[in-house]
Design a protein around this ligand. Structure first.
Ligand code: SAM
Ligand code: SF4
Length: 360
């Protein structure tokens, strides 16, 4: 590990085998050094800043049935909701007025002409009412190239579509028939081609996932030339088929693996935006700050109306269900300032990688 740490300090690219060793490391002292190095690289390539993305989880209606997800189509214990256009725009304006700089619209996956038109209209209105002042990210799953194009033209600049795992066989085990790995990869490529800042990511600690798989995930992010990463630990949701495959859910181990993956990505990819996912906080009250100290530079305060939060539970123990947007803002601000980071209020916080690749 000393050799690996020296290579990280000299910013010499790690091999796949070294990345695997990094992800398998368990010694607390060594891990502390790895996180410190990842944080140093974050400071060098991104600076002493964390950017906020207000996230509106506006609908839990989903046509898909991913075996891990609490809002999957077959979960009958969920009350389904979809916020209307005015309420979504109102939340977006709150984000703008509170100087968050950027917004994420996330929801279950629906492919229909009516839904495509609805999102197009929402994006166009947010753009008009903020005079183009908010960075808009969409996280709405797989769509046709035409739909991605329409949403881009309406004013969305970024798209987040996690590949979930880059191991196709594992992907198939985590999804029922009709969910197609290759289509997801093709969607990511289309999104990038259209001109979006493109984000992907995986869940870490999935049943059946190996550290080699996670190394391949990092190589996948590099090969697909991704600008943004949203990764988080897999967390059991009791009402899902995958929960039955998990015997002992070891919170601490899952949490550390999530941090190690953030650090490995920062060390290997350097200039991409990396989110400290809410799932980290579900496993550890200081999860998001520790994520930043392991190399992340984005946090996503929840700005969904409190009344809908309980119905958007992807996993057990999702935090902040009883809080409102103002409480989330104050709480996160304190947490970020406590680790001596600045919040990039009013800034879009675009991915430096995106500008580098589009200037080529
Ligand atoms: N439906 C869209 C999609 O799947 O791309 C966007 C919303 S989906 C809820 C957002 C992300 O939630 C997924 O990409 C997945 O990685 C994550 N997720 C779902 N269930 C999870 C679980 N049990 N633990 C951790 N993350 C989970
Ligand atoms: Fe639907 Fe996304 Fe959940 Fe899959 S992960 S069931 S697509 S909301």
């Amino acid at each position: 590990m000393k050799k690996i740490l020296d290579k990280i300090r000299n910013e010499t690219k790690l091999t796949a085998d070294e990345l695997r060793l990094l992800l398998e490391e368990e010694d607390e002292g060594v891990l502390e050094q790895i996180f410190q190095e990842a944080y140093r690289i974050k400071l060098k390539y991104i600076g002493n800043k964390v950017f906020f993305r207000g996230i509106i989880e506006f609908s839990n209606i989903c046509a898909k049935d991913c075996l891990y997800c609490g809002i999957r189509k077959s979960n009958k214990n969920v009350t389904r909701f979809k916020m209307n256009e005015n309420d979504i725009v109102k939340s977006a304006l709150w984000t703008y007025e509170n100087n968050y700089g950027s917004l994420v619209l996330q929801g279950g996956e629906i492919e229909s002409p009516g839904y495509a038109a609805f999102i197009e209209q929402v994006v166009a209105r947010i753009n008009a009412e903020t005079r183009g002042g908010l960075g808009i990210t969409l996280s709405l799953g797989e769509q046709t190239p035409e739909v991605y194009e329409r949403w881009f033209k309406a004013g969305a600049q970024r798209y987040l579509l996690r590949i979930e795992t880059s191991n196709e066989k594992l992907y198939q085990k985590l999804h029922p028939a009709g969910h197609n790995f290759q289509r997801r990869v093709n969607c990511l490529r289309e999104i990038r081609k259209i001109g979006y800042q493109t984000g992907t990511g995986v869940m870490t600690g999935l049943p059946g996932q190996t550290t080699e798989d996670m190394v391949n995930d990092i190589l996948f992010f590099e090969k697909e030339d991704m600008d943004m990463l949203g990764m988080g630990p897999y967390i059991v949701h009791n009402d899902t088929p995958l929960a039955k495959q998990v015997e002992n859910f070891d919170k601490e181990k899952q949490f550390m693996l999530g941090l190690k993956m953030i650090a490995a990505c920062r060390i290997y990819l350097r200039d991409v935006n990396i989110a400290a996912a809410t799932a980290l906080q579900a496993l550890n009250p200081q999860g998001r700050e520790l994520g930043v100290q392991a190399g992340a530079n984005i946090v996503m305060p929840n700005i969904t109306d409190t009344k809908y939060r309980a119905d958007y539970q992807l996993y057990n123990g999702k935090p902040c269900l009883d809080e409102n947007s103002s409480m989330c803002k104050g709480c996160l601000q304190r947490r970020i300032e406590n680790i001596n980071e600045t919040i990039g209020y009013g800034e879009w916080g675009d991915s430096p990688h995106f500008f580098k690749r589009t200037k080529k």
